[in-house]
Design a protein around this ligand. Structure first.
Ligand code: UGA
Length: 434
């Protein structure tokens, strides 16, 4: 089976590498020549644990190739996946221009027996419109929609051991070929759900919006915990033990970020409106999550005694979550800019040494490790839950800082442990006493 994957971002690259690991012949295509040249040299353009080894293994086995020549790459393809970005437009709708420029190019070169599978997250109805777009250019091929559910930082495991695979199809031929593509997962009894195109497209948005809402819900509960004496970690544990609720995505924090939840909740709200349907829960989720960042700034300011002016704040972690160098829509951006505007002096350490982050915070001091970054700090603030922050030697850290305040916006420590090391501990959804 010959598979071509167009787009070498998170979704395209991880999918392409994993399909080659299944044993298929894969060509990953991108119109960014520089990126393709780096990939050919074995350089992985994104920070994703395990991806470099898997990529090397499969390029060495000659199953995985990279190209910027779309025409040549789709000539012998049985399946062509499109996995290019669908970023937010200013009005919240998904920008489909990258997809359509690929489809336009494919119209002149795709093998008529191939199946075209859209993997990019697209509003309901898009796959059918793409089919019509191709028909209008006299290209009559089968189309399918196959959403991805990869989390950055755990993408390979999510691909190899997914909770489910969703396949939107129109006929038996597509079902047969896509069953073959995902056959390696049958060994793990992964549920493979075949459905129509619209259901598959909406399933992706519904899943991301629901998870975003779950995170937002626990964040709102955490606000209540702070004033009523409850502990949000324990409330989340108690809720999560109910199998109907589940324990995932109940970690209170500074609000969700990244390239997916913010974009997809906005797009869902927008295209639902075009269908004449309001989504008040989704709208409230977006609003509440946006406010969360200001709330975190107030929380930090209050914990600092009402002002951060001239305070040296050492920040641990700025990426939108751990195990990625991705800064897209990271809560840290607004929080740190706001603290800086209020006169705080900022030092930052992030284990990814993210170039994106260094460009965003280009006028702050960057540290090389957690301890040195906190030397003579007035306040230490944990913004991202990297593993290496979970087991800091707090007594050693305490010796290095001038102040006594540790603010943990990810709740990675237990209160007693931190207080025993001599810090005052301010976390999320738990009472704070100085
Ligand atoms: C998300 C989905 O989890 C994937 O299933 C989906 O495939 C992907 O979007 C996508 O559409 O491409 P991702 O954006 O990588 O994956 O990150 P998540 O792990 O879902 O985290 C999203 C945000 O929620 C992060 O800011 C994270 O810190 C926050 N979060 C998550 C919490 O604050 N609490 C939690 O309990 C979980």
């Amino acid at each position: 089976m010959n598979i071509t994957v167009i787009g070498t971002g998170y979704v395209g690259l991880v999918s392409g590498v994993c399909f080659s690991e299944f044993g298929f012949n894969v060509i990953c295509v991108d119109n960014n020549k520089q990126k393709i040249e780096s990939l050919k040299k074995g350089q992985v353009p994104i920070y994703e644990p395990g991806l470099d080894d898997l990529m090397k293994k499969n390029t060495d086995a000659n199953r995985l190739k990279f190209s910027y020549d779309t025409k040549e790459s789709v000539k012998n393809a049985d399946i062509v996946f499109i996995a290019v970005g669908t970023p937010s437009k200013a009005d919240g709708n998904a920008d489909l221009s990258y997809i359509y420029s690929v489809v336009e190019e494919l119209a002149s070169c795709i093998n008529k027996h191939a199946i075209l599978v859209i993997k990019s997250t697209v509003p309901v109805g898009t796959t059918k419109t793409i089919k019509q777009f191709l028909l209008d250019r006299n290209v009559d091929i089968d189309v399918a929609f196959n959403p991805e559910f990869l989390k950055e930082g755990a993408a390979i495991d999510d691909f190899m051991h997914p909770d489910r695979v969703i396949l939107g199809i129109e006929n038996k031929k597509a079902k047969k070929i896509l069953s073959q593509v995902y056959r390696p997962l049958y060994v793990f009894n992964v549920p493979i759900v075949f459905t129509n195109l619209e259901t598959a497209e909406l399933s992706k948005y519904a899943s991301n919006a629901f998870l975003a809402m779950k995170v937002t819900f626990i964040n709102e509960i955490s606000n209540l915990c702070e004033v009523c004496g409850a502990d949000v970690n324990e409330v989340a544990l108690a809720m999560g033990l109910d199998k109907r609720i589940g324990d995932k995505f109940l970690q209170a924090g500074p609000g969700y970020g990244g390239s997916c939840f913010p974009k997809d909740t906005n797009a869902l709200k927008s295209f639902a409106k075009e269908f004449g349907v309001n989504m008040p829960l989704v709208e409230e989720t977006i609003r509440s999550n946006n406010n969360r960042r200001n709330k975190m700034v107030s929380k930090i300011t209050n914990a600092c005694g009402g002002s951060v002016k001239n305070k040296k704040l050492s920040i641990l972690g700025v990426t939108f979550k751990a195990n990625t160098d991705d800064m897209r829509d990271s809560p840290s951006i607004e929080i740190i800019h706001s603290l800086k505007a209020d006169g705080a002096k900022i030092t930052i350490y992030d284990p990814s040494f993210s170039e994106q982050a260094k460009n965003i915070f280009n006028d702050v001091t960057w540290g090389n490790n957690a301890y040195d970054t906190c030397n003579s700090a007035d306040v230490v603030i944990i913004l991202t839950d990297w593993f290496e922050f979970r087991a800091l030697n707090l007594k050693e850290l305490r010796k290095r800082v001038n102040g006594t305040l540790l603010i943990d916006l990810r709740n990675i420590y237990n209160v007693k442990e931190v207080e025993d090391s001599g810090f005052n501990y301010c976390s999320v959804g738990r009472a704070f006493h100085i």
